[in-house]
Design a protein around this ligand. Structure first.
Ligand code: LLP
Length: 434
């Protein structure tokens, strides 16, 4: 199983995380429950900072908050010295409310609204990562109205298709994101940005996709981007000072997965940029990376309570839990595969082949297909590991299911960092209440 680094089985045979017994956590907070292990998150932040510091002096690790953001998470990221990637007014607002130094925030998105850009400029966001011509002009106008000049990066699509799910490939020419290299739009965008009076072009950004195992795609992307950086210098004289290669390092969802390590990733990125800079005879830019999933995914688990068990002889045993597609959309959306264990009797022999189903009104609401567990009973606590990234963030209220709380555990104590929704929360936006 791929559990947070502090996980162990305690003397009662219960799963323990961050010194907290999972069964006790459930008694106090109910299920479904997201549990995040602070030590694992900090460890991943430090691994990134250390790996890049070991290779270069001029770098920035930017946590991609879409993987998991809350006020507490922003504070933790700040304490660990990382910058922050936000991709909506909502994520930016969370950072502002957390007191995160917004000058260290990078604002992404393929269709930022005027209201979002205004909010960003009013709070002094560090970089806007501009995604299209419409945005270039809009941003220049908004910055002019405010009498300021905004630092930007331009997002380009280098024409790379990494091996990952189609939905999370972003670097190919046929993408809604960024300016294409092959079709010449990226160069036009650079030239345009250099003419606008209230925009200050600092560099280039490219994110080729997510959950990537083979590092060759990053190396290839860097080769292409650095060639473009050279072309920019030759055609315009502008020297790219910042190169943000996005996020995308894959993680282990299952014990058999073999992603690359953060150290290997840092080597490919930094060595790649340095080699290509030497090859093209251009200066080495400041190197920026934007990991999301690999910071938080393995820090998180979800705990559920087992309810109905439906055994269809010779066909399948459905074990239903009290959450599902409302707290983990990834199996339905990407066919993502998770593992499961019973947190209240971890050591019992797993001799039953079962399918873990969610409680929603959709046949496709299956969390884990065909997995071995100790034969489950109603009341067992089922745990799915590796749910720390893109789980809570894609949670929803389908069937008016309240979103679960998130607790952060550390050294035997658990604090609620996002409270669970109540039934009243679910109707709070409805009009006509008595
Ligand atoms: N930077 C940009 C511009 C991005 O679009 C993303 C992810 C990242 C950084 C962070 O990538 P990471 O290190 O987390 O792979 N909901 C999907 C993932 C969508 C990723 C979107 N962009 C999932 O659950 O797999």
């Amino acid at each position: 199983m791929v559990l947070p680094i502090t996980s162990k089985v305690n003397s009662k045979g219960h799963l323990e995380i961050g010194g907290c017994d999972a069964v006790e956590l459930v008694k106090e907070h109910g299920t479904p429950l997201f549990v995040m292990d602070e030590e694992t998150i900090r460890g991943q932040c430090r691994a990134y900072m250390g790996a890049f510091a070991g290779k270069t002096d001029d770098f920035e690790v930017i946590y991609a908050s879409k993987a998991f953001i809350s006020v507490a998470m922003c504070r933790l990221v700040q304490e660990e010295g990382l910058s922050l990637d936000v991709m909506s007014g909502g994520e930016l607002y969370t950072a502002i409310k957390a007191g995160f130094p917004v000058a260290k925030a990078f604002f992404h998105g393929n269709n930022k609204t005027p209201a979002e850009l205004n909010l960003a400029l009013e709070h002094g966001v560090g970089r806007i990562v501009v995604d299209g011509f419409h945005e270039l002009e809009l941003l220049d106008k908004i910055a002019a109205e405010k009498g300021m000049s905004q630092d930007i990066l331009l997002r380009i699509t280098p024409g790379i298709k990494p091996q990952t799910h189609n939905f999370i490939q972003t670097g190919q020419l046929d993408s809604k994101f960024g300016f294409g290299l092959q079709d010449g739009l990226a160069m036009s965008a650079v030239k345009k940005a250099l003419t606008l009076g209230n925009i200050n072009l600092k560099g280039i950004h490219a994110h080729i996709g997510s959950q990537i195992f083979e590092l060759g795609s990053f190396a290839k992307a860097i080769e292409i981007i650095m060639g473009f950086v050279r072309d920019i210098k030759e055609e315009t004289g502008f020297v790219v000072g910042e190169l943000n290669t996005g996020g995308g390092l894959g993680i282990k969802y299952k014990a058999v997965d073999e992603p690359s390590t953060i150290e290997e990733y840092a080597s490919v990125i930094v060595d790649g940029v340095k080699e290509q800079a030497a090859h093209f005879g251009i200066p080495v830019p400041r190197i920026m990376v934007e990991p999301g999933r690999s910071i938080v995914a393995n820090a998180g688990i979800t705990l559920y309570t087992v309810g109905t068990i439906k055994d269809i002889p010779g066909i399948r045993t459905y074990v239903s839990v009290d959450g599902g597609m409302s707290d983990n959309l990834r199996p339905m959306l990407y066919g993502a595969v998770y593992e499961a264990l019973l947190a209240n009797r971890v050591d019992d022999e797993a001799h039953a082949l079962v399918t873990v189903a969610g409680k929603h009104c959709e046949s496709g609401d299956i969390l884990v297909r065909d997995t071995m567990l100790p034969y489950p009973k109603a009341g067992d606590i089922l745990c799915t590991p590796a749910t720390g990234a893109y789980g809570y963030m894609m949670a929803n209220n389908y069937n008016r299911q309240p979103r679960p709380p998130v607790v952060m555990v550390k050294a035997g104590s658990a604090r609620v960092i996002v409270r669970g929704e109540t039934l009243d929360d679910l109707v709070r936006l409805d009009t006509g209440l008595q």
